[in-house]
Design a protein around this ligand. Structure first.
Ligand SMILES: Nc1ncnc2c1ncn2[C@@H]1O[C@H](COP(=O)(O)OP(=O)(O)OP(=O)(O)O)[C@@H](O)[C@H]1O
Ligand SMILES: [Mg+2]
Length: 357
């Protein structure tokens, strides 16, 4: 399972600049609206210092981090659902993602055109959310006749139709599906955009990053969703620096983590994901699972055969392992536990699965 995040926002909000910084790609980021036409897709490893420690301890040939996939698409404008700008067809490219990241412009640079003529984070979020809602209404209007026809034969489809109608009512009132609390599993096949959790990135000027007042104001705009503050331009400049100087530049702007780390952390949190670790001479690796997953489910993240033939899991917490310095020592301290099929995985468990094939 890899977390995937679709990036949306107005033209010139800085989506491609951020995408480039996140994926270290050189996708065209340019100071004119609609620089991006085709979607850009990038898969990035989530920085995880624990893996380097394990890699060294086990003398692993390679270190494989958990991944996040980012999809950067064209800018949306007011009226996109009616064909304004580039229309909204390209939203199809993010239908399959797990979460939607709204990139909102807070930076002021007057040389970068704002399609509405002024920088207004709350107005822009309203515009984007409205267009996502209208896109979902179009999806529902298209799907309903088919669903209603099927519902005449199948009872479970009739139940789906009822939920879809409730979603439609909420959307017509300007609510997102995610906020309704409707059963999202029933709606899954429609891939509604507003049924996904939103993450907000405010693309700031350097001096805005250190303004607690501005941060509080913008966070309040989007709560309970989480807000991330970064300067996409600085994030992209980081890449040109040697790693040890990156932290220095970030800290000089009051940032504790890179944009990638923040997005991965917030993305995992928003979607209720966590990682467990495996380590050995071949590789040290992080795997993504849902919080609350049992040991067999975690085994299934590696291979379905591991889940099917699950016998038990040999588990040591990362901290205990690092304290002991080596797996042999952790074992002699009694820190390595054998867990059965009901064990609920904890973040940072270092695991070896025993299974039958
Ligand atoms: N934090 C920032 N401060 C100043 N300028 C920025 C910042 N972030 C991005 N820019 C500039 O804004 C312009 C637009 O950026 P970018 O091409 O990434 O936007 P976009 O959202 O991908 O637009 P489109 O929807 O047209 O593809 C670029 O010139 C970029 O350098
Ligand atoms: Mg772009």
């Amino acid at each position: 399972m890899a977390l995937s995040i679709g990036i949306v926002g107005l033209p010139n909000a800085g989506k491609s600049t951020l995408f480039n910084a996140l994926t270290a790609n050189d996708v065209l980021a340019a100071n004119y609206p609609f620089a991006t036409l085709e979607p850009n897709v990038g898969v990035v490893g989530v920085p995880d210092p624990r893996l380097d420690v394990l890699g060294e301890m086990f003398d692993s040939a390679k270190v494989v981090p958990a991944t996040v996939q980012f999809v950067d698409i064209a800018g949306l404008v007011r009226g996109a659902s009616e064909g304004e700008g580039l229309g909204n067809q390209f939203l199809a490219h993010i239908r399959e993602t797990d979460a939607i990241c709204q990139v909102t412009r807070a930076f002021r640079d007057p040389n970068v055109v704002h399609v509405d003529g002024k920088v207004s984070p709350s107005g822009d979020i309203g515009t984007i959310t409205t267009e996502l809602i209208l896109a979902d209404l179009q999806t529902i209007e298209k799907a309903l006749p088919r669903l209603e026809k099927e519902a005449r034969q199948k009872k479970d489809v009739a139940e789906t139709v009822a939920v879809v109608r409730q979603a439609q009512e909420a959307l017509e009132k300007g609510e997102t599906v995610y906020a309704t609390g409707l059963d999202l599993a029933t709606l899954r096949e429609l891939n509604l955009l507003t049924a996904k959790p939103f993450i907000y990135v405010f693309n700031c000027d350097e001096d805005e990053l250190t303004s607690d007042d501005l941060r509080a104001e913008l966070s309040a705009l989007v709560a309970p969703a989480q807000a991330i503050f970064l300067d996409a331009k600085i994030e992209s400049e980081l890449l040109e620096l040697p790693p040890e100087e990156r932290t220095e530049l970030l800290e000089s702007t009051g940032q504790e983590e890179s944009g990638l780390k923040m997005l991965a952390r917030v993305g995992f949190d928003t979607l209720g994901l966590q990682t467990f670790l495996t380590a050995g001479p071949k590789e040290s690796r992080a795997w993504t699972i849902r919080k609350g997953s049992t040991a067999p489910e975690a085994a299934g993240a590696i291979h379905t055969d591991f889940q099917r033939g699950f016998i038990k899991a040999e588990i040591v917490s990362y901290d205990d392992l690092v304290d002991a310095g080596a797996i042999v020592e952790a074992r002699s301290r009694g820190k390595v536990r054998l867990e059965g099929k009901d064990y609920v995985m904890a973040d940072g468990d270092v695991v070896e699965f025993k299974f039958n094939v």
